[in-house]
Design a protein around this ligand. Structure first.
Ligand SMILES: Cc1cc2nc3c(=O)[nH]c(=O)nc-3n(C[C@H](O)[C@H](O)[C@H](O)COP(=O)(O)O)c2cc1C
Length: 420
């Protein structure tokens, strides 16, 4: 009898233990899709960067991730956003958040656009097509680089979203004129003239690795490829990579492997001047954005030359090392131009909160380069979607926590003063 009672008590206790354990055990369903599995482990852009580093050959990752010389400007771009604190206001009733804004006459869901980056197919076989489709899904402008590996027309065919075309000025002006006409015919809305590339910056990671575009096959690349089988398999199955906008132009289409510096320095015109901004204005009827503005003086000259917008940018730290930090330029440039041109802050933007900060200080919007390239490298098109969703959520959350219900509420007093 005594034994029975003891046994039934033990059973009861065991049942309770099992019930408690079951109530706290939560197994995630097993994810069979490797890209989803990878993306599920990420919480921020830094995680995607780590995933991209693992997935891409070292030379490819360094081409994307690296900057000029000591990479002081590259690090400074990101650091500036991390250092500058907010001054949140509370009890402001933020039950609805509207982060939409107007840039170059177009309504955007958030103050963000995708900066032009060349040679995307080294990160993913779909390259620029994947990025353009993701941008269109998010209703955000996508700037196609002159040095893209998918053409103006191929990108237009897959994206009905807002598109800009970025112009590098070739020595052969006829080639530029032709590309501008093609962009107009394909429905691109704005031109981005990149003004900071009279010569290529010295990207020393590429120098050390002897990195070329397209990647040249040497013993080191083969070994690197063996350690990154998924990337290598994609790369060898896809058609050869070339600069799609100048395909078939001998010496200009990138079909001969050469260093980025050799290519740019042989093709681009270092005599580019403010006269060329006026020339571009004369052959293009839509808005012009001058990208690479790094001083108040040049911001004013861009406004005088008839640009509708400027991108405060040091090319993501890839050109002149020790160039000024875009975030630090926002307030003085906004004060000087007084609304004559729209201001885009470009460089070091890794989170929604960075966008909110730049807008509060006076930018109309931000652009991102590496953030979406890490997404592309980590998870292809879905990786880019993931990054754009992260920005959307981050912008909304930061605005709520700052007590700002809409973009007009984002004012400079929400950011602490900072001596650069
Ligand atoms: C891999 C890579 C390629 C780039 N290619 C171009 C380009 O073709 N044209 C251009 O104007 N800017 C180019 N940029 C600069 C970006 O447009 C942008 O200014 C920069 O990425 C912003 O900094 P972030 O990467 O910190 O966002 C490139 C940047 C990277 C990282």
């Amino acid at each position: 009898m005594l034994q029975m009672t003891f046994l039934s008590r033990l059973l009861l206790r065991l049942r309770e233990v099992v019930a408690t354990v079951r109530s706290v055990l939560r197994f995630r369903p097993i994810e069979l899709d490797s890209v989803e599995r990878r993306l599920r482990t990420a919480a921020d852009v830094a995680d995607l960067r780590r995933l991209a580093k693992r997935r891409l050959p070292a030379g490819v990752f360094d081409y994307i991730d690296g900057g000029a010389e000591d990479e002081i400007t590259l690090a400074g771009n990101v650091e500036a956003f991390r250092r500058r604190r907010f001054r949140p206001r509370v009890l402001r009733g933020v039950s609805s958040i509207d982060p939409s804004t107007t840039l170059l006459g177009r309504r955007l869901p958030i103050p963000l656009a995708l900066a032009p980056t060349g040679f995307n197919r080294i990160a993913d076989p779909d390259g620029e097509l994947a990025v353009a489709r993701a941008a269109a899904r998010a209703h955000l402008p996508y700037a196609l680089s002159t040095l893209s590996t998918r053409s103006i027309e191929e990108v237009a065919a897959v994206s009905e979203g807002p598109k800009w075309f970025q112009v590098y000025v070739w020595k052969d002006r006829g080639l530029v004129e032709e590309m501008v006409e093609r962009a107009a015919a394909a429905g691109y809305e704005a031109l981005v003239l990149t003004a900071d590339t009279a010569m290529t910056g010295r990207r020393e990671r590429d120098v050390r690795r002897g990195f070329t575009l397209p990647p040249k096959l040497g013993l080191d690349t083969i070994v690197d490829g063996i350690f990154h089988p998924a990337w290598t398999w994609d790369f060898v199955r896809a058609e050869p990579i070339q600069f799609a906008n100048v395909a078939g132009r001998s010496g200009a289409d990138g079909s001969d492997a050469m260093s980025v510096a050799e290519y740019i320095d042989s093709q681009f015109d270092p005599s580019l001047s403010w006269e060329d901004v006026r020339w571009l204005r004369s052959i293009w009827s839509g808005p012009v954005i001058v990208k690479g503005i790094q001083t108040v003086e040049d911001a004013l000259l861009a406004a005088d030359a008839g640009a509708e917008a400027i991108a405060l940018s040091n090319h993501g730290g890839r050109q002149l090392d020790l160039a000024p930090t875009p975030l630090h330029l926002v307030s003085p440039v906004a004060a000087a131009v007084g609304g004559r041109v729209e201001i885009i802050c470009d460089g070091g933007v890794r989170r929604g909160r960075d966008v909110v900060k730049a807008v509060a200080l006076g930018a109309t919007a931000c652009t991102v380069g590496r953030a979406y390239l890490y997404g592309l490298g980590a998870g292809g098109e879905r990786g880019v979607d993931w990054v754009l969703d992260l920005f959307d959520a981050g912008i909304r959350r930061t605005m709520a926590l700052l007590g700002a219900g809409c973009v007009a509420d984002l004012t400079p007093d929400l950011v602490e003063a900072d001596a650069p």
